[in-house]
Design a protein around this ligand. Sequence first.
Ligand SMILES: [Zn+2]
Length: 90
Amino acid sequence: MTQNLQNAINKASRVKCSVKLQGGRSYTVITPEAHRYTVRFEEVDGQRFGRCNCKAGAARMACFHLIPAALVDTAIRRMAAQVARERSAM
Ligand SMILES: [Zn+2]
């Protein structure tokens, strides 16, 4: 894990952001200061990549906005997989 990403995780555990689903795999991350950023995820070769439109994200750095968005993205994808499994079992 890069130091950059570790710093992002540390900051995300201190600063509680709320996450709103925009649709698809885009999320709005709202900081306690009411700043809003858009985080988008894409899958490349089975690996998830996130991009944020904040200053750090634009410089391709791992920012702490990615962390809460990734947690929500993971939860949604798990639920979607569960629904797909239940449907195929019917
Ligand atoms: Zn960001």
